[in-house]
Design a protein around this ligand. Structure first.
Ligand SMILES: *Cc1c(COP(=O)(O)O)cnc(C)c1O
Length: 342
């Protein structure tokens, strides 16, 4: 597959900014090249533009080479770069499968890139026939979210393979919630499909939403374009250090995700017996989508008790649906009690 044919021509031709820390990579002792303040504040030097120390740790964790990793200011930066690398404004389009994560559409709107929407089926799986029919010559990128937000389910791996079989553009699989079902990651498929981009994040299971660190995994070819287009020092040193420290304590994350999943199973058992709850959708993530009798009223009633959930009832296929993040045991208990009392 010729990746270059999928890249915007101006990005292929782009001569990227070359920073001081990029141009000199040898061993120096006296740094007079970047106009920094020479006095030590712990953060007076520019950070590594390619974050190689952090990528080395992620490489071992995810079992993928360093040159196939991009780190962004949240996955949202990776989504934005995908739009800018592959889609010519006013000409190209992306495809999304609602109900799904809202940032794909927003990033496309900002970039002046059209969005084709093909609804997921009733059980929130891709409708392959409609996808195939709706695709055009200018469809450059297809965004899949797995586990999908807000429905919570994984996209079937066979569906993904079939899509990669008939669609020759870029396929993005957003795996923001994959640490709650790690055996289902599609990272191993990157070796088979160099047009596949897998997104993950430290914002959910890893418990680091505030440091803003998202990851994109793909072929070395595609990652080289991310590096070409990104801001020179896009990940600050505080984020890099914090992530290194926490990633070293992987066991803490596993203990917490196990606890969260246990709580999810508890909620899945309790919720169906509550009168205002009509359906609990299957979930591979750390949240549950539930169908209730009157979403707006129940949402407000929960807020009145200080419990904030996400009202998703305006989303296609989500009529009267609330999305509930799994909290700590006490918080979940309070949620159940409050729902019972309505
Ligand atoms: C939460 C979430 C993200 C995470 O975005 P960050 O910018 O990494 O915090 C990405 N995709 C989906 C589907 C999400 O739900």
């Amino acid at each position: 597959m010729n990746i270059e044919a999928l890249i915007r021509p101006n990005i292929v031709a782009l001569k990227p900014y070359s920073s001081a820390r990029h141009e000199f990579t040898g061993h120096g002792e006296i740094f007079l090249d970047a106009n920094e303040n020479p006095y030590d504040t712990d953060v007076n030097r520019y950070p590594d533009p390619l974050q190689l120390e952090l990528k080395q740790v992620i490489s071992e964790l995810k079992n993928i080479p360093v040159d196939q990793i991009f780190l962004g200011n949240g996955s949202d930066e990776a989504i934005d770069l995908i739009l800018r690398i592959f889609c010519t404004p006013g000409q190209d389009e992306i495809m999304v499968l609602p109900p799904t994560y809202g940032m794909y559409q927003v990033s496309a709107d900002i970039a002046d890139v059209k969005v084709k929407k093909v609804r997921l089926t009733e059980d929130f799986q891709p409708d392959l026939e409609s996808i195939r029919q709706s695709m055009g010559e200018n469809t450059k990128v297809l965004f899949l979210c797995s586990p999908n937000n807000p429905s919570g389910n994984l996209i079937g791996i066979e569906k993904v393979k079939q899509i990669l079989g008939f669609f020759n553009g870029i396929v993005v699989i957003d795996e923001a919630y994959i640490d709650f079902c790690p055996e289902s990651t599609t990272i191993p498929m990157i070796g088979l499909y160099d047009r596949l981009i897998v997104l993950q994040t430290l914002s959910k299971a890893w418990g680091m939403a505030a440091i803003r660190l998202g990851m994109a995994f793909s072929s070395a070819d595609i990652i080289s374009y991310f590096n070409k287009v990104k801001a020179p020092y896009n990940i600050n040193i505080l984020t890099q250090r914090f992530a290194l420290d926490r990633l070293d304590r992987k066991q803490d994350m596993r203990v917490q995700t196990d606890e969260i999943l246990n709580e999810k199973y508890k909620l899945m058992a309790l919720l169906p017996s509550i009168p205002c709850v009509q359906k609990v959708y299957p979930s591979d993530a750390n949240f549950l989508l539930i169908k209730v009798t009157q979403a707006d009223r129940i949402y407000e009633a929960l807020v009145a008790e200080g419990i904030v959930v996400r009202n998703r009832s305006k989303e296609p296929g989500c009529e009267n649906a609330l999305r509930i993040t799994i909290g700590k045991p006490k918080e979940n208990e309070l949620l159940i009690q409050t729902l019972k009392s309505l």
